[in-house]
Design a protein around this ligand. Structure first.
Ligand code: GDP
Length: 296
């Protein structure tokens, strides 16, 4: 299960803290040292950990906390609040345009889960009353186009493709045009990925962006890749500009580093999380629930 090691360590530290009646500054520092180590072991970004611990220390050392009747509880409450804040505070929704169609452009590295997520997102949003169209722009991997078609078929969502005959920009433009003519109020564009970020990939994505002006660019990243996911997110955000992140494979045994760092490092919210391979396994990301899951 995701976050298992981290959750266990933090919960042990807090159990010790709760058992004490009064806590000294030394007790607090020792507890925070354990929290820091647990976060670093979970592959959370170093600077994120440092700031996080500093905030908690500053808020906890005040008289109201240290001299309260339940200082341990107070510290745990502060940690939960800060962890929720670290992951974005409140849930972050997709902004639909007032002038349909809303265009969502999914980007990311190959294998992150883009194609699957395009389908999942279409499924989730069609349940909310949207009328989506999936657009297949990965012309380099015919298998990716077929995969999107299979996904679309099983969800009953139409897939716009021009196979590999046209450029991704032309396909994206034609897809949006098709959506307008066929009363689709949501276009989800599945773009090509590469194994690594390279200039060609970014140029292509920038060109698509500048041709169809997506309402939102959503980066799909694999939570299992830890800090690499964070580095990838930073690059996509700097080079292309993203509006949000979809973190996949959170059902796996990820240590948690990506989920806890990516928002603080990029400033962009995690909007959804992938929780399995099934097309229904996509959930809105709730920072507070995630913090509760980690902290018990
Ligand atoms: P793409 O190359 O980015 O389009 O990635 P795909 O959509 O083809 O996904 C790559 C693999 O990851 C597939 O086997 C998916 O079933 C799997 N996958 C995608 N999202 C999730 C998820 O949230 N959880 C799990 N366990 N597997 C996922």
């Amino acid at each position: 299960m995701a976050f298992e090691g981290l959750a266990e360590k933090l919960q042990n530290t807090f159990k010790k803290l709760k058992r004490k009646g009064k806590i000294s500054e030394k007790d607090l520092k020792e507890a925070l040292r354990e929290v820091k180590l647990a976060l670093l072991e979970a592959d959370v970004n170093y600077k994120v950990v440092k700031d996080f611990i500093a905030n908690i220390k500053e808020r906890s050392l005040g008289k109201e906390v240290m001299e309260s009747l339940t200082p341990g509880q107070q510290v745990i409450k502060i940690v939960k609040e800060e962890m929720t804040e670290l992951m974005g505070g409140t849930e972050s929704k997709i902004e639909f345009t007032s002038k349909p169609p809303t265009i969502l452009m999914l980007v990311g590295l190959q294998g992150a889960g883009k194609t699957t997520t395009a389908g999942k997102l279409g499924g989730v949003l069609s349940k909310q009353g949207k009328n989506p169209l999936l657009v297949a722009c990965d012309i380099y991997r015919p298998a990716a186009i077929e995969q999107l078609q299979v996904v679309g078929d099983s969800l009953g969502i139409p897939v716009f493709t021009m196979k590999t005959h046209k450029s991704p920009i032309d396909i994206a433009k034609a897809g949006v045009e098709y959506a307008k003519q066929n009363h689709k109020d949501l276009v989800i564009i599945d773009t090509a990925g590469r194994l690594h970020i390279d200039e060609d990939l970014m140029d292509e994505l920038k060109n698509i962006k500048n041709s169809v002006f997506p309402t939102e660019i959503l980066l799909v990243v694999d939570a299992m890749t830890g800090q690499d996911a964070v580095t990838v997110s930073e690059s996509f955000n700097k080079q292309l500009g993203i509006d949000g992140i979809i973190l996949t494979k959170l059902d796996g045994d990820t240590r948690g580093g990506a989920a806890l760092s990516v928002r603080a490092v990029t400033g962009k919210p995690i909007k959804y999380v992938g929780m399995g391979e099934k097309l229904t396994d996509l959930e809105v990301f709730h920072p507070d629930r995630m913090a509760s899951r980690i902290l018990g």
